[in-house]
Design a protein. Structure first.
Length: 250
């Protein structure tokens, strides 16, 4: 049985007091979530300590949104995987399309980040997905294939077992456009097929999340697809009611 996950990527939103209030609102309603759904929140770095303190008595896990590609040292502004793990985080998002697009993150950088996250006991939520022009040109399979092969195929099976994959078509992020359940299932099945070629039966155990304007009104249809194991939620994760409603879509 694959783990079902609903993860909230807060991106660069909320002040610390606002983030604490959001975490408290989620903690207060966590009993309403099916026991087999793992909730995760990924607030900004400044919030990791207070949000972890609020959520440590609940089953909600805390994730970072990124980690450095170096273990420590003179890298001003960076936050190391070891630091993230030291405040009780158990996950980190890696390779989000906003990091790739705006901060020039490449597969080469992501290979280093992946290794450091895993070495420090963090479970990576590795994001892949095509841009709008790539989808229009029918290149989405090849784009996603390269993102998977270049970063995940160098991992051992033991490492791969700790990775969560998130498919996020860039054209659906924050745009209100959502991939149809059919489009999402098609590419999720394709990703699982790629993982099967490299890692064999382990591919059936890997959680693959959908991200991109996932909200309470479409979560049920998306989560009903056989290869969609949950969601990575942006905008809708900033409202406790919507985030909980998405998790209840299972
Ligand atoms: P939205 O849900 O706001 O489209 O964002 C998706 C996302 O990028 C999550 O990482």
């Amino acid at each position: 049985m694959r783990k079902k996950i609903v993860a909230g990527n807060w991106k660069m939103n909320t002040t610390v007091p606002e983030g604490k209030a959001l975490a408290e609102a989620i903690a207060a309603r966590v009993k309403e979530i099916p026991a087999d759904v793992q909730l995760i929140v990924a607030p900004p770095f400044t919030h990791l300590v207070p949000v972890s303190e609020i959520l440590c008595k609940t089953p909600v896990a805390v994730s970072a949104q990124d980690c450095a590609d170096e273990p420590k040292g003179a890298f001003t502004g960076e936050v190391a995987a070891s630091m993230i793990a030291s405040v009780g985080c158990t996950y980190t998002i890696l390779g989000h399309s906003e990091r790739r697009q705006y901060y020039g993150e490449t597969s080469q950088t992501l290979v280093k980040k992946m290794a450091l996250a895993l070495e420090n006991g963090l479970k990576p939520i590795y994001c892949v997905g095509e841009m709008k022009d790539e989808r229009v040109a029918g290149r989405h399979f090849e784009v996603v294939k390269a993102q998977i092969e270049e970063v995940l195929f160098g991992l051992s099976a033991e490492q791969m077992a700790k990775v969560v994959v998130a498919y996020e078509p860039v054209w659906a992020i924050g745009t209100g456009l959502t991939a149809t359940a059919e489009q999402a299932q098609e590419i999720h099945a394709y990703i699982r097929g790629l993982l099967r070629e490299k890692f064999g039966a382990l591919a059936e155990e890997i959680t693959i999340l959908y991200g991109g304007s996932c909200k309470p009104s479409n979560a049920k249809e998306l989560f009903a697809c056989p290869d969609i194991d949950g969601g990575l939620i942006g905008g809708a994760s900033l409202k406790a009611d919507d985030f909980i409603a998405i998790a209840q879509a299972y």
